[in-house]
Design a protein around this ligand. Structure first.
Ligand code: NAD
Ligand code: IPM
Ligand code: MN
Length: 358
C-alpha cells in the first residue's frame, strides 16, 4: 500500500527527531512492503525565516492532502520576540484547528527497563504504569479571545477566555469513554468546577454521557488534586479526560513519572482516520544540534500513526517492540541514562531501533 505523509520538522530538535522516526518508518516499509511517501513542509520558526509567516497556506494544504502528518516541534528563543499571533507556536494551534484535530491522545507508560529512571519510588509504581491522557485540543483557553488592552491612565490589561460548548465536550468525552472501555474501564475527568463555569458545564456533560457507557466507571477530580494524585497514586488513573490547558500541563507531569519527556508520544485525531503525530515535548533549544535529543517519543508517535491512521497494528507493534529491545539491550539516551550507562546519541538511537526491525 501507498501512504502519503506530510512531514513538518519544525524547529530546534524537531528535524533531528523526525529524521529518526522516518528512518524507522522506512524500515517498516521495507519489511512489510509498504510505500511511505513524504512531503516535507515548513511551519513555526522555520517558516517565519523562509516565508515571513509561521503557517503558510501551502503547509495547511499539504497536510490536508496527506493521509497523516508527522510533526517535530516548533518554537525557540530566536522567535520569542515575535508578537503573539505570529509566534511559531501559533502554527501548531492553527494546524490543529484547520485539521479538526480535537482529540489528543497522550499515553504515559513505563517501560519496565526504565523503572529506575522514574523519580517515583518503586513501591508507588508497583510493576508498571499505563495512563492515557485524552486532552481536548481545539477549544478552551487556547482558542478563546486573547486580548491585551491599554487604559487611558497608561495601565495595561490582558486576558484570555476559557470557553467550551456542549458539543466540544461531548465529542472528547466520547473518545475518552470509548478508549476506557477498551482498556481498564475507568475515566477520570479533570476540571476546576469549584471555580469555573466552563468546568461546571464540562462536568455536567461528561457525567451525563457516562450513563451511555455502563462498563466504564467515571470519577471527577479537580485539577489541583489531580496534579497531586498523579504523583501520590498514579496507578489510580486509567484514562484522564480534560481540557486543553490542563491536559498540556498534566501530560508534561505524567511524562516525568515515566522517566523523561523524551519518551512520550502523541496522536491528535480528527473524526475518521486522519491524524497528526508528534512528540509531547518541545523543540528543546538547549540541546538542539548536539545529537543529544531522545527520538523515541517521535518514533513512538510514528507507531501511533501506523496504529490509528493506517490500521497497521502489527507494524505498530513491531516499532514498539524495537524500542523495547533497544532499552532491554541496555542502550540509553542521555535523558534516561543512569550513572555509568553508555550514552546513545539521537542518530545512533534511530539506527539501532530501525535495525531491530529488519
Ligand atoms: P521542551 O519540551 O522543549 O524542553 C524542556 C526540557 O526537556 C529541556 O531541558 C529539553 O532539553 C528537554 N527535552 C525535551 N525534549 C527532549 C528530548 N526529546 N530528549 C531529551 N531531552 C528533551 O520545553 P520548553 O523548553 O519549555 O520549550 C522550548 C520551546 O519549544 C518553546 O519555544 C516552546 O514554546 C516550544 N514547545 C513546542 C512544542 C511543540 O511543538 N509541540 C511543545 C512544547 C514546547
Ligand atoms: C504541546 C505544546 C503546545 C501546547 C504549545 C507549543 C502550543 O506545549 O503540544 O504540548 O501547549 O499545546
Ligand atoms: Mn506542552
Amino acid at each position: 500500500m501507498k501512504y502519503n505523509i506530510a512531514v513538518v520538522p519544525g524547529d530546534g530538535i524537531g528535524p533531528e527527531v523526525v529524521g529518526e522516526a522516518i528512518k524507522v518508518l522506512n524500515a517498516i516499509g521495507q519489511k512489510y512492503n509498504h510505500q511511505f511517501n513524504y512531503t516535507t513542509v515548513l511551519a513555526g520558526g522555520a517558516a517565519i525565516d523562509e516565508y515571513g509567516e509561521c503557517l503558510p497556506e501551502a503547509t495547511v494544504e499539504a497536510c490536508k492532502n496527506s493521509d497523516a502528518v508527522l510533526l517535530g516541534a516548533v518554537g525557540g528563543p530566536k522567535w520569542d520576540h515575535v508578537p503573539g499571533p505570529q509566534r511559531p507556536e501559533r502554527a501548531l494551534l492553527g494546524l490543529r484547528k484547520a485539521l479538526g484535530l480535537y482529540a489528543n491522545l497522550r499515553p504515559a507508560m513505563i517501560f519496565q527497563e526504565l523503572a529506575d529512571a522514574s523519580p517515583l519510588k518503586p513501591s508507588i509504581l508497583d510493576g508498571g504504569l499505563d495512563i492515557l491522557i485524552v486532552r481536548e485540543l481545539t477549544g478552551g483557553i487556547y482558542f478563546g479571545e486573547h486580548v491585551t488592552e491599554s487604559g487611558e491612565d497608561g495601565s495595561v490589561t490582558a486576558y484570555d477566555v476559557e470557553k467550551y460548548s456542549d458539543y466540544e465536550i461531548q465529542r472528547i468525552a466520547r473518545t475518552a469513554f470509548e478508549m476506557a472501555s477498551k482498556r481498564n474501564g475507568r475515566v477520570t475527568s479533570v476540571d476546576k468546577a469549584n471555580v469555573l463555569d466552563s468546568s461546571r458545564l464540562w462536568r455536567k456533560i461528561v457525567s451525563e454521557m457516562s450513563s451511555d457507557y455502563g462498563d466504564v466507571e467515571l470519577d471527577n477530580m479537580y485539577v489541583d488534586n489531580a496534579a497531586m494524585q498523579l504523583i501520590r497514586d498514579p496507578k489510580h488513573f486509567d484514562v484522564i479526560v480534560t481540557g486543553n490547558m490542563f491536559g498540556d500541563i498534566l501530560s508534561d507531569e505524567a511524562s516525568q513519572i515515566t522517566g523523561s519527556i523524551g519518551m512520550l508520544p502523541s496522536a491528535s485525531l480528527a473524526d475518521g482516520n486522519f491524524g497528526m503525530y508528534e512528540p509531547v515535548h518541545g523543540s528543546a533549544p538547549d540541546i538542539a544540534g548536539t545529537d543529544k535529543a531522545n527520538p523515541i517519543a517521535t518514533i513512538l508517535s510514528a507507531a501511533m500513526m501506523l496504529r490509528y491512521t493506517f490500521n497497521l497494528s502489527e507494524e505498530a507493534d513491531a516499532v514498539e517492540g524495537a524500542v523495547r529491545r533497544f532499552l532491554a539491550d541496555g542502550f540509553r539516551t542521555a535523558d534516561i541514562a543512569g550513572t555509568g550507562d553508555a550514552i546513545s546519541g539521537t542518530v545512533e538511537t534511530g539506527d539501532r531501533i530501525a535495525g531491530y526491525i529488519q
